[in-house]
Design a binder for this molecule. Structure first.
Ligand code: SAM
Ligand code: SF4
Length: 450
């Protein structure tokens, strides 16, 4: 470790590298904001920073192992290293073992304790290995600096954390702890701060975001749909999204909200994981193929143009060829706009890790390829079906070509457009002119989209 206290040296630099899910991206941003208030300034990359925070993901084995190669790469030519903090779910799962395996690590901090990062860094500077895996009852959110918005027109806002569902393959209930919902008033205040800082689209985040519940300003019990309704009243906030949802928590109110709230974008990420009831039961998913398809049907009745996205795991222990064919069937029945698909990864400590009939790597590879071929076809078809359509984009970043900007459609597609006078953060009306698998082209529209 080669750092002085940030208070003594205000020019200390930091770099936060987040892996994995959007909740980690949110946590990484909050850590960066907190380090900013401690006198640190952002470095361009880890190679030149005084402090590097690796904000890790433990969901699959590959993601977890990547941390160790990243730590190794932080060693400089003269043998020195920056102050290294390992945060996130690998920190929670492996704890002190990380500092034993990688002695250059100074701080290990779990996802519920990162508000204590400044103290931990100070302890590390005194030569201690500073390790904090506490899941304190008081929420970290109250101890973090207030949000100020950022350079981007879009932001994540974590409303719910943890999981009580215990799917048999998943580490989240162990690394993120029990399900908690952040209080309504705190969320409205954070959303207002983001909007005041120029944010026009907020994505509400949670491991099971639609399990959020709370009391509104008048003390009435509300669910996620109530929170969305309240946020939709905020002037300046143009778009609301939420992810990730569990099929069992798609309430009538949330489904209806998709047909009633214009600011709620027509996109739903609803993982099913597998298409065979036998495998869903072994996964402890607590929903069936039928109940999932019924939810999709009702959401589409409420909002006919909604884009559906999902997550899939192939090669769960005991998955037969017939079970896998059933997964292809549910994909055909649902017709996804996009999806994430993974090979089952055996995670120590989860019930599935010790189940009989673990599936061969070669079989998993073959199934993943077949599943992805079908999902890619559906994604391309969804994108092609939007060609010719007039829609509105929120412009988020510059494109490769002069004057080109990339924005998101309501259906979360990346769309390229070139037009004079447009800037990042603008909402602009376009007609979609071309579609590839991952991005689309558009031309500006003179008349506004209704
Ligand atoms: N709570 C969400 C749900 O129930 O669908 C998912 C959150 S989880 C962090 C994100 C995705 O990682 C899951 O939907 C699942 O597809 C994948 N995943 C989780 N554990 C996995 C494992 N052991 N192997 C492969 N993929 C896994
Ligand atoms: Fe993991 Fe299942 Fe909880 Fe999703 S619902 S976070 S997959 S345990």
């Amino acid at each position: 470790m080669t750092s002085d206290s940030p208070a003594k040296n205000p020019a200390k630099t930091f770099h936060v590298k987040s892996f994995g899910c959007q909740m980690n991206v949110y946590d990484g941003e909050r850590m960066a904001e907190m380090l900013g208030t401690q006198g640190y300034v952002p470095a361009a990359d880890g190679a030149h920073a005084d402090l590097v925070v690796l904000n890790t993901c433990h969901i699959r084995e590959k993601a977890a192992e990547k941390v160790y190669s990243d730590i190794g790469r932080l060693k400089r030519e003269d043998g020195s290293t920056p102050t290294i903090a390992v945060a996130g779910c690998v920190a929670q799962a492996e704890g002190a073992e990380i500092a034993r395996r990688a002695p250059s690590v100074d701080v290990v901090v779990g996802p519920q304790a990162y508000h204590r990062l400044p103290d931990l860094i100070a302890r590390a500077e005194r030569g201690e290995k500073a390790i904090d895996l506490d899941m304190p009852l008081e929420s970290k959110f109250g101890a973090l600096p207030k949000r100020a918005g950022g350079q981007r027109p879009t932001a994540f806002l974590t409303v719910q954390e943890g999981c009580d569902k215990f799917c048999t393959y998943c580490v989240v209930p162990y690394t993120r702890g029990a399900e908690i919902s952040r209080p309504f008033g705190d969320l409205i205040a954070e959303a207002r701060a983001l909007v005041a800082g120029g944010v026009r689209e907020i994505t509400l985040l949670g491991q099971n975001v639609n399990a959020w519940d709370g009391e509104d300003g008048k003390g009435r019990a509300i669910g996620l749909d109530g929170l969305i309704r309240e946020l939709a009243r905020e002037d300046g906030l143009e778009r609301i999204r939420y992810t990730t949802s569990h099929p069992n928590d798609m309430t009538d109110g949330l489904i209806a909200a998709h047909g009633e709230i214009d600011k709620l974008m027509p996109f739903l990420h609803l993982p099913v994981q597998a298409g065979s009831d036998r495998i869903l039961a072994a996964m402890n998913r607590s929903h069936s193929v039928d109940s999932y398809l019924r939810v999709i049907e009702r959401v589409r009745a409420a909002r006919p143009d909604i884009a559906i996205s999902g997550d899939f795991i192939v090669g769960f222990p005991g998955e037969s060829e017939a079970d896998f064919e059933a997964t292809l069937d549910i994909v055909r029945a649902t017709n996804y706009a996009m999806a994430y698909s993974f090979k089952y990864s055996r995670r120590p400590g989860t019930p599935a890790a010790t189940m009989d009939e673990q599936i061969d790597e070669a079989v998993m590879n073959d199934r993943l390829q077949r599943l992805q071929a079908l999902l890619n076809q559906q994604q391309q078809a969804f994108n092609e079906a939007t060609v010719g359509r007039a829609t509105r984009l929120l412009l988020e970043r510059k494109g490769k070509h002069d004057g080109q900007l990339i924005g998101k459609s309501p259906w979360l597609q990346s769309v390229h457009v070139t037009a004079p006078g447009l800037a990042i953060g603008d909402m602009t009306d376009v007609r979609i002119t071309s579609a590839g698998p991952n991005s689309l082209g558009a031309e500006p529209l003179m008349e506004a989209v209704a």
